[in-house]
Design a binder for this molecule. Structure first.
Ligand code: GDG
Length: 454
């Protein structure tokens, strides 16, 4: 087998050992195994067209963005159009007609760089909404290698997808990939629904999709974590007097943080015996600060936590500990373990790795309880969590009351069922399975004997 070329917006260099986040861990371990290339944005803004190359266990190749590509393509089309629309937040999308050109521009320059370096036996794996067009741009440059795409965020329902002025172009671009991977079965059925309406796609008896004669496979491939990285080390340390409910999220409007704070306030209002004995600790790591709606949500959270702390707190007890700062990754396991409840309530989420990390960190003999939004992709397999409607503060408050009083035997049984899901597959298995399926899908597309692709 040839090399694996991974493409994602942010890239780890071979010298970066301190991996954070599921995507980085999964790709770096797959790349270290196959000895491949990781390509994407350098994280810098300049007019420099020279590529930065670093060699090690794999090679990283990165490109600077121009100011126009950063403003219009990255902050604009990727994060102010595709991100809100794919999370079904049409109200937050900024349909500025200049954004798309900048989005095309960076992706096209990256396609040039890949086309110059690709070798005949290489497999190319493109990640996420920043690069929906890249497969098509590579084909236009004569690249005939297997090319796969994985979407980390949810696939929206057709009604949202069709709100994108460029929906037909984006739909057609997906057909240039051999395999498109999505997180959940509902993402797969949304993708089929979107492509039928946007491009007249047909679902073939083999399960593959055809758009104007171009055929590709769709697969569900839920992202996993390496549970062993979070396995409890050392004794369980929990406060005897105050029980902690914990949330760890990027500060993003999709993560449902205002509703979570209000749900916790409803718990205190409805069940006064939880006052003084329970706190909500919310780590909200800063992200995309320069996009306006992210500043708005930050202000909203400061307002709600201040109001709740003012209404219920006193000198000895502050109900909501809101931390707008990232915690070092090495400290996450102990933090998860110390919490009696993991409260993860996104309004919409492709998967949600934090939910899996919380479960993997628990002491199996005295585990905490996971309260999870039923609109996170993770909920599809994690039915043993307490599933809630994140829009409904009463649903959050009631689930919290159940979680905080759950008998040990129930906690152990739920945790065992959740660990059976979280511990079953690691990130390397996820990456290797995808690449294997991609190879099969590409062989079928090039006329090799038909083997059905899941
Ligand atoms: C996208 C999709 C999908 C969070 N706060 C801190 C911190 N984190 C780490 C968590 C976890 C990761 O960031 C967040 O992963 P999520 O899955 O929750 O969410 P997104 O960043 O939105 O990721 C998502 C994912 O891609 C993978 O496919 O699941 O649906 O939106 O690993 O631990 N890490 C540190 N400090 C923090 O304060 N070190």
């Amino acid at each position: 087998m040839g090399r694996l070329i991974c493409v994602s917006n942010r890239v780890m260099t071979p010298q970066q050992t301190n991996t954070s986040g599921g995507l980085a861990v999964a790709l770096s371990s797959a790349l270290k195994q196959c000895g491949g290339v990781w390509m994407g944005w350098s994280g810098r803004i300049s007019d420099e067209t020279q590529l930065s190359v670093e060699d090690g266990a794999f090679t990283s190749v990165t490109l600077d963005m121009t100011q126009a590509e950063y403003d219009g393509g990255y902050l604009g089309y990727s994060n102010s159009v595709l991100w809100p629309v794919f999370h079904n937040r049409l109200d937050l999308a900024r349909f500025d007609p200049t954004f798309f050109e900048a989005y095309v521009s960076f992706s096209a320059r990256l396609a040039d760089a890949i086309a110059q370096r690709v070798q005949p036996n290489d497999t190319i794996w493109v990640h996420d909404y920043h690069f929906v067009l890249l497969g098509q741009q590579l084909r236009a440059r004569g690249v005939a290698n297997p090319i796969g795409f994985f979407l980390h965020i949810p696939m929206p329902p057709p009604e949202a997808f069709l709100a994108l002025p460029e929906y037909r172009t984006l739909g057609a671009a997906l057909a240039a990939f051999d395999l498109v991977g999505l997180q959940t079965t509902s993402d797969v059925s949304n993708a089929i629904g979107c492509l039928r309406r946007s491009n007249g796609a047909q679902l073939l008896p083999s399960g593959r999709v055809s758009i104007d004669g171009a055929r590709f496979a769709l697969t569900r491939a839920p992202v996993t974590i390496d549970a062993t990285d979070f396995a409890p080390a050392g004794p369980l340390v929990r406060s005897a007097t105050v029980r902690r409910v914990l949330g760890v999220d990027r500060l993003d409007y999709t993560k449902g943080l205002p509703q979570k704070f209000r749900g916790f306030a409803r718990l205190l209002e409805r069940y006064p015996h939880f006052r003084k004995t329970t706190v909500l600790a919310q780590i909200a790591a800063p992200t995309r600060d320069s996009v306006e709606v992210y500043a708005d949500i930050r202000q909203e959270l400061e307002g709600i936590s201040g109001a709740v702390n003012g209404a219920y707190g006193d000198v000895e007890w502050v109900p909501i500990h809101y931390v707008h700062r990232a915690v070092p990754r090495r400290k996450l396991g102990a933090l998860y373990r110390s919490a009696a409840v993991g409260l993860i309530t996104p309004l919409r989420d492709g998967m949600n790795l934090t939910a899996k990390e919380y479960v993997a960190s628990q002491d199996a003999s005295d585990p905490g309880v996971l309260v999870l939004s039923s609109f996170a992709g993770a909920a599809e397999d994690m039915e043993a969590a307490l599933l809630v409607n994140p829009y409904c503060v009463d649903s959050i408050a009631e689930a919290l009351a159940v979680a905080l009083t759950m008998p040990l035997a129930d906690r152990v049984a739920r945790h065992r069922a959740l660990m059976a899901v979280v511990g079953a597959r690691d990130s390397q298995m996820w990456a290797c399975d995808f690449v294997r399926q991609l190879g099969r899908a590409a062989r079928i597309n090039r006329g090799a004997p038909a083997v059905s692709v899941a």
